[in-house]
Design a protein. Structure first.
Length: 383
């Protein structure tokens, strides 16, 4: 039975409203990273929702096709096509190179780099136990040549003096004879000698104070690693401003996503508080990303840049750090969607690894350990 004309018109208007809403939301999320959050921060917040909004757009495309609502189908398809370059940074098709099997022998002239936010090496969970720290044991067993920690030490504690780590000090010495000691946020463990870089001539040192225990918001470190055969690899590790969520915020977020919020007022208040914290963080990240970009621009030769960005592709910090010269290992080798944060139902890809120069990524792995609230990224480069 055909709908009566007034009802049909209302139905058409409703479809058009949904069309516009889906398309505007998709384009805002996809291109929010092109707007400096210091100028307007809400598009930066929208970037976080791109995977979910893109999935909604694909679903709406299928619905409109089944309904033969061709205008809506075509408009949604065009919006998805326009957003495709940004979508391919979060859902990779791995078009750039073919990855080696996990158990394949590594090529001659290769180096494996791990980037891992270790959350203080499990400071509160593992380091009071009278047995070897499982996170450090995992890192040793993975046997990467170069390991870049973020949140390597928290609260001013030298991670190597913690009993659960000191009991495997001999194994750590054998695996990584060259490494940072003392209190640092970003620190390096290496099988090969390296020189720690001084960025004072490039950026204002007041921006970075990794040796002050109360300053855990931003760190940037650089190292020139001497690879076998006389090659030098510059490794730049970073940790950008976090969202600033407190344990109570994270718990409430989990409750909300499980449908356990007590009142609408609680949800509204939480949303306002969350968005305010995100906007503050993204403004800080924009300035931090520019400092990292300045260091990259001043770096010659082969460069690997990795760390906890606390933001997703294709956000403003991601686009700033990647620039036009760096390549994202994830988009080169991985297929599908990947999350690197593993707590509190926050399914985001916020850890990244970039490279440039005479390097070719031949193997990539997102580690599966849950000894930290982040998964590690492990890449083997051929040189």
């Amino acid at each position: 039975m055909k709908l009566k004309r007034p009802i049909f018109r209302v139905f058409q208007v409703a479809l058009a409203i949904v069309d516009v809403t889906v398309i505007v939301a998709l384009l805002t999320c996809a291109f929010g990273g092109f707007i400096d959050p210091r100028t307007w921060s809400m598009p930066a917040v929208a970037c976080l929702a791109l995977p979910f909004v893109a999935a909604l757009a694909v679903l709406w495309l299928a619905v409109t096709a089944l309904m033969r609502h061709w205008r809506g189908s075509i408009a949604t398809l065009v919006a998805l096509f326009i957003s495709l370059p940004q979508l391919l940074t979060i859902v990779s098709i791995g078009a750039g190179a073919a990855s080696l099997p996990v158990d394949a022998p590594l090529p001659h002239g290769s180096v494996t780099v791990m980037s891992f936010n270790v959350s203080g090496t499990g400071l509160w969970k593992y380091n009071k136990l009278p047995k070897p720290n499982p996170l450090i044991s995992y890192v040793i067993n993975k046997n990467a040549d170069i390991v870049v920690f973020q949140e390597g030490s928290l609260g001013g504690i030298d991670y190597e003096r913690i009993p659960a780590i000191s009991v495997i000090k001999d194994e750590l010495n054998a695996a990584y004879p060259y490494r940072e000691r003392g209190y640092h946020d970003v620190l390096l463990l290496s099988k090969y000698p390296y020189k720690r870089l001084n960025f004072d001539s490039i950026i204002d040192p007041d921006w970075i104070n990794p040796d002050k225990p109360t300053d855990l918001n931003f760190d940037l470190e650089g190292y020139d690693v001497e690879l076998p055969g006389g090659r030098s690899l510059r490794v730049i590790g970073f940790h950008l401003q976090a969202f600033g969520l407190q344990p109570a915020d994270k718990k409430f977020y989990v409750d909300v996503t499980h449908g356990k919020a007590e009142t609408r007022q609680d949800v509204s208040r939480f949303k306002t508080n969350l968005i305010d914290k995100l906007r503050h963080s993204f403004k800080a990240q924009a300035a931090e990303a520019e400092l990292i970009r300045r260091v990259i621009d001043a770096s010659p030769g082969d460069v690997v840049v990795c760390g906890d960005m606390n933001n997703v592709a294709p956000s403003w910090p991601y686009r700033t750090i990647r620039g036009n010269d760096m390549r994202d290992v994830f988009t080169e080798l991985e297929r599908g969607y990947m999350r690197t944060y593993n707590r509190h139902r926050m399914y985001f890809h916020i850890d990244h690894m970039f490279y440039r120069g005479n390097l070719r990524p031949v193997a990539f792995e997102r580690g599966d350990t849950i000894t930290s609230d982040h998964f590690p990224l492990i890449t083997t480069f051929e040189y």
